[in-house]
Design a binder for this molecule. Structure first.
Ligand code: ATP
Ligand SMILES: Nc1nc2c(ncn2[C@@H]2O[C@H](COP(=O)(O)O)[C@@H](O)[C@H]2O)c(=O)[nH]1
Length: 201
């Protein structure tokens, strides 16, 4: 099967081996850190910028870290079918703009999404040839100290995210690959190999 559009038929002249990789994993495991390193290792990949209703953290830039949108705008995008997947996570809404991902894959560029579990499941259902990678911490205590040490969320939000983290880690068997984030550079190198490996179909 041709995998350029991850399960859908390509148009004429479309490159054939680009692939969508979903990077998921519990809050605080280091997804942004590892994907940031992946971008430094291979700037030519396509990295999706999500929309979110969450307020920006200090230092986050609209259009770079996220597209920060109102709930009304988020709902409009959902209604218009502009999101490839979307989910509510710990009180905020997040989604992947569809058009840029499809354009990247159609042009032959591997694309990388950094999203939570519900979204990963939606991508798997819509694009069966997408590759799902879960990033896991070396230990539960490490995850707790990374999330609390980041200092970006209040205690109640940290507790909420850790409760969800237990469910996310339990779903690791649904994923095609599991990468342990003990060292950011090492994890990004492993991820790069996965991202550049074509699907076997
Ligand atoms: N391998 C690592 N060793 C030590 N610290 C790390 C490592 N990876 C990430 N961190 C630190 O852990 C914290 C959480 O990392 P990061 O924000 O990348 O996680 P995340 O999975 O993207 O979180 P969220 O899903 O909540 O956005 C940050 O302070 C980051 O610097
Ligand atoms: N389903 C989606 N999840 C997303 C998307 N963009 C980010 N995320 C995930 O949300 C949580 C919380 O993120 P934070 O920036 O508030 O810490 C985390 O797991 C992200 O990976 C998306 O477009 N869809």
């Amino acid at each position: 099967m041709n995998d350029s559009l991850n399960g859908r038929e390509p148009g004429p002249g479309v490159a054939t081996r680009s692939r969508l990789t979903v990077v998921s994993g519990p809050s605080g495991v280091g997804k942004s850190s590892v994907v940031g390193e992946l971008r430094r290792l291979h700037p030519d990949l396509y990295f999706s910028v999500s929309v979110t209703t969450r307020a920006p953290r200090p230092g986050e830039i609209d259009g770079a870290h996220y597209h920060f949108v109102t709930r009304a705008e988020f709902d409009r995008m959902v209604e218009a079918g502009e999101l490839l997947e979307h989910a509510e996570f710990a009180g905020n809404h997040y989604g992947t703009p569809r058009a840029p991902v499809e354009a990247a894959l159609a042009s032959g560029k591997p694309a990388v999404l950094e999203i939570e579990l519900q979204g990963a499941r939606q991508v798997r259902a819509a694009m069966p040839l997408a590759q799902l990678v879960m990033l896991v911490p070396p230990s539960w205590d490490t995850l707790v100290s990374r999330l609390t040490g980041r200092g970006t969320e209040e205690e109640t939000v940290v507790a909420r995210r850790l409760a969800i983290a237990q469910e996310e880690l339990a779903a690791s068997t649904e994923f095609d690959a599991v990468v342990v984030n003990a060292d950011v550079r090492q994890a990004a190198t492993e991820l790069l190999t996965l991202v550049l490996t074509p699907s076997s179909d």
